[in-house]
Design a protein around this ligand. Structure first.
Ligand code: NAD
Ligand code: DAU
Length: 355
């Protein structure tokens, strides 16, 4: 399949995970024409794609998935054979402040894409597929034990996860109702270069660099499972090419950590890199009021993906964090640009409420 000429739409390709995925597909599959459709919200940044912006098999389209008419015209003109859908509002704290934007983009936007693809794939060819990228947060919150499997019932608890759960259900409903060719994967917390500094790891790196307080919600006891973004990309590549249509795959990092331990580890690594006194960054840690409805723990059982397609994560959390810190230290201009303007306003308002 990878040898044949295909036109593939990737949505949200200017964001964090999307930009890594677009670069991977453009470089690895010269026979594919990759269209990156993105509205360029605060989280979308074409600078993430500089290395491939002039590649002959890459094209950027600025469009909003909430605008059905615009999307339909584009689909009818370009007629992509496959879609990998990442465009979304992705930050839990923002969803608590403004759920409407999440319903519009994550639910209505996904429905619009499904309808557009369905209308041009009426005789679905072998190759047509709509791959929806989702999150482990749809499964809810775990106690100290246990893992999310593909059979775990959905129990979303934030407006963000409710919107992603809703979009997963819609995508699956198209498979059952219309025999529409879908794939879904649910992944744990990603980290790596180009992540917007509202998410925990880049926010902490940015604040250590600038010697600002390090906000830890509650007591820092919540647990996340961290995955190096390139490992997510390799799983997406595999599922896209070899996954069984209609199937859901869990993707995880096998790297669970309490938030406070992760922040302490970042402090230790950054003190070394910046030649600061051991223990100096940890003094910046600041416990702030908790996220409402804060999910306690996420942990993913990805054994189905390993058994079926042979995937497992390749990068340890410590190595991944070293690479991530190195990237942010060598790209301070990127960090400065994205942390100015609107983001500064968001940061000040959001964290003023928490202190
Ligand atoms: P991100 O916020 O960095 O990027 C999202 C991208 O979508 C941005 O480029 C933005 O401009 C674009 N976008 C937003 N609204 C749009 C609209 N209406 N029309 C077109 N484009 C729009 O997100 P991310 O962290 O890269 O996440 C990508 C996807 O992966 C999301 O669907 C998210 O739910 C899922 N996911 C993320 C993680 C994670 O840890 N970051 C984990 C599991 C799943
Ligand atoms: O699990 C996958 C999900 O991971 C993705 O679907 C989401 O798009 C992505 O944003 C991420 O959600 P989280 O809410 O887990 O990520 P975040 O980086 O916002 O927070 C990670 C943990 O750190 C969480 O327990 C909240 C805590 N936290 C976060 C911030 C921003 C803090 O303690 N302080 C902070 O300032």
């Amino acid at each position: 399949m990878a040898d044949s000429k295909k036109t593939i739409l990737i949505t949200g390709g200017a964001g964090f995970i999307g930009s890594h995925l677009v670069k991977h597909f453009v470089n690895k599959y010269p026979n594919y024409t990759i269209y990156n459709l993105d509205v360029l919200s605060y989280a979308g940044n074409l600078e993430n794609l500089q290395s491939i912006q002039n590649a002959p098999n890459y094209k950027f389209v600025k469009a909003d998935i909430v605008n059905y008419e615009g999307l339909k015209t584009w689909f009818e003109t370009i007629r992509p054979e496959a879609v990998i859908h990442l465009a979304a509002e992705s930050h839990v704290d923002r969803s608590i402040a403004d759920p409407t934007a999440f319903i519009k983009t994550n639910v209505l936007g996904t429905l619009n894409l499904l309808l557009c693809a369905k209308s041009i794939w009426s005789d679905a060819a072998d190759w047509n597929r709509f791959y929806h990228i989702s999150t482990d947060e749809v499964y809810g919150s775990l106690g100290e034990d246990g893992y999310f499997t593909e059979q775990t019932s959905y129990d979303p608890r934030s407006p963000y996860s409710a919107s992603k759960a809703s979009s997963d259900h819609l995508v699956r409903s198209f498979f059952h109702t219309y025999h529409f060719p879908i794939l879904i994967s649910n992944c744990s917390n990603n980290y790596g270069p180009n992540q917007f500094p509202e998410k925990l790891i880049p926010l902490i790196i940015n604040n250590i660099l600038n010697q600002k307080p390090l906000p830890v919600y509650g007591k820092g006891e919540n647990v996340r499972d961290w995955l190096w973004v390139e490992d997510h990309v390799s799983a997406i590549d595999l599922i896209f090419h070899k996954g069984i249509l209609g199937q859901t795959y869990n993707i995880g990092g096998a790297s669970e950590m309490k938030n406070i331990d992760l922040v302490l580890l970042l402090c230790e690594l950054m003190d070394e890199k910046l030649n600061r006194l051991k223990g100096s960054s940890a003094k910046l840690i600041h416990f702030v009021s908790d996220r409402p409805g804060h999910d306690h723990r996420y942990a993913i059982d990805f054994s189905y993906l390993t058994q079926q397609l042979g995937w497992k994560p390749s990068c340890s959390l410590r190595d991944g964090l070293q690479k991530t810190i190195d990237w942010y230290l060598s790209n301070s201009e990127w960090l400065q640009k994205v942390s100015s303007g609107d983001y500064l306003k968001y940061y000040e308002q959001h964290y003023l409420q928490r202190v």
